[in-house]
Design a protein around this ligand. Structure first.
Ligand code: ZN
Ligand code: ZN
Length: 409
């Protein structure tokens, strides 16, 4: 594998397909030390595509951890308003966002979970004003990942660092189709396949979806006038973009008040820099009424306590087991990758694009229609070859959608 050549292709895919950057656009890049080589290539290609201004927002894992361990308690009580203002000003100045993440699934393990939960809530509430720019696709946004030693070690435990890094990069390039001769053509083809599933689901007008598998028996109502999305999205200005690279999901909006049964996660989850494993939720009338986890129960306690919407679902996503990511067979311990290898749900905020007319109504009106609202949006995986997913129409007609890990439609 030629890393430099693949990084060039990766940058090209991000600029042309991920964010579809052109003259008049500005770009904000969220990055860490590990993202720099890719960020530099992206920036160069972005300028070449006509981007006028690029702003960098830098984060460092080690400094983040030290903050949670050492900073004074009161500094976690308020979020600087000027940061929210600054972010909003960027969006208003036609800035689009690229997040180049280098996941460190267990980064905050030594930190106090209560402090992490408090900060997530404070930061989440303060950022609500700017979150809507991405949650409602007002701007173009794209999340991609790069390898780093901590992630390589989590994904390939016990392997020497150099070998694990090499293996992780290879898998990233497989999952993102960068390994193919013409990744852009591969993405266009992939997008049209996702669109076909989307079209079928949108025409079927299912009332609810049933999940059945080991430890899982769940009925999920869909909101009326729900929209299945998948593949590319469109910004307010009508520009095509891909919010996630990779992406394999077709997703829609569950009715926050019509979810009943039990749901067992099929993969561990890295949330807020800490791992939760072997967990399940029981839902009644849309609300989590019981749950447990063999690892990280405290993290779930704090997560569900965030606000009322944290106890309800905001996303339902279908993913076939047969995709480049799944076929790697790797448990990445990073949501961006694992959620695209498995059917998943999210607790917390729903996406406006999944409900007809959502952006024209108030939050309260949307909530009455079943659209969940929260400062969190946390995906967790429930799919495997053993989970059968069936769509049920209002008249009781049943259609098997996924079985043995494959699409049946
Ligand atoms: Zn999803
Ligand atoms: Zn999600």
């Amino acid at each position: 594998m030629d890393l430099n050549k693949n990084l060039e292709k990766y940058a090209d895919l991000i600029v042309r397909i991920g964010l579809n950057l052109h003259a008049g656009d500005n770009l904000t890049i969220r990055l860490s030390e590990h993202s720099l080589p890719l960020a530099r290539l992206v920036a160069k290609k972005a300028y070449q595509a006509g981007v006028g201004d690029i702003q960098l927002m830098f984060n460092d894992d080690s400094i983040t951890l030290d903050r949670f361990l050492e900073a004074p308690a009161e500094s976690f009580e308020t979020y600087p308003e000027y940061l929210v203002d600054f972010t909003e000003k960027l969006f208003l100045d036609n800035h689009h966002v690229l997040s180049i993440v280098a996941p460190n699934p267990d980064l905050l393990k030594p930190a106090d979970p209560a402090r992490i939960a408090q900060w997530q809530k404070v930061a989440g509430m303060a950022s609500k004003r700017t979150m809507k720019y991405t949650m409602q696709n007002k701007v173009k946004w794209c999340v991609v990942a790069v390898a780093c030693p901590a992630w390589a070690e989590a994904a390939f435990p016990g392997m020497l660092e150099e070998e694990a890094m090499q293996k992780l990069w290879e898998n990233i390039f497989l999952a993102t189709r960068i390994d193919q001769d013409d990744p852009i053509a591969a993405w266009e083809e992939h997008d049209s396949r996702l669109k076909a599933h989307r079209k079928f689901l949108n025409e079927a007008r299912f009332d609810r979806v049933h999940y059945k598998g080991p430890g899982t028996d769940l009925m999920v109502g869909l909101v009326k006038n729900h929209i299945w999305e998948g593949g590319c999205s469109f910004s307010e200005a009508g520009d095509r973009f891909f919010p996630n690279i990779p992406t394999e999901e077709v997703f829609s909006m569950p009715d926050a008040d019509r979810v009943d049964g039990i749901l067992r996660a099929t993969m561990p989850l890295s949330v807020r820099g800490q791992l939760v494993d072997d967990f399940h939720f029981t839902f009644k009338d849309g609300k989590v009424v019981d749950y447990d986890a063999a690892v990280g129960k405290q993290i779930l306690d704090d997560l569900l306590k965030t606000d009322e919407g944290a106890k309800h679902l905001g996303e339902i996503a279908l993913v076939a087991d047969n995709s480049p990511i799944s076929n790697t067979g790797v448990l990445f311990k990073s949501t961006l990758f694992d959620e695209n290898a498995s059917c998943h749900f999210a607790l917390g905020a729903a996406y406006s694009e999944n409900l007809e007319g959502a952006t024209e109504r108030s939050e309260e009106e949307n909530r009455k229609l079943g659209m969940n609202d929260s400062v969190i949006h946390v995906d967790f995986m429930v799919g495997s070859k053993d989970v059968t997913v069936t769509g049920i129409k209002a008249d009781g007609t049943e259609v098997v959608l996924l079985q043995d890990g494959e699409w049946k439609i």
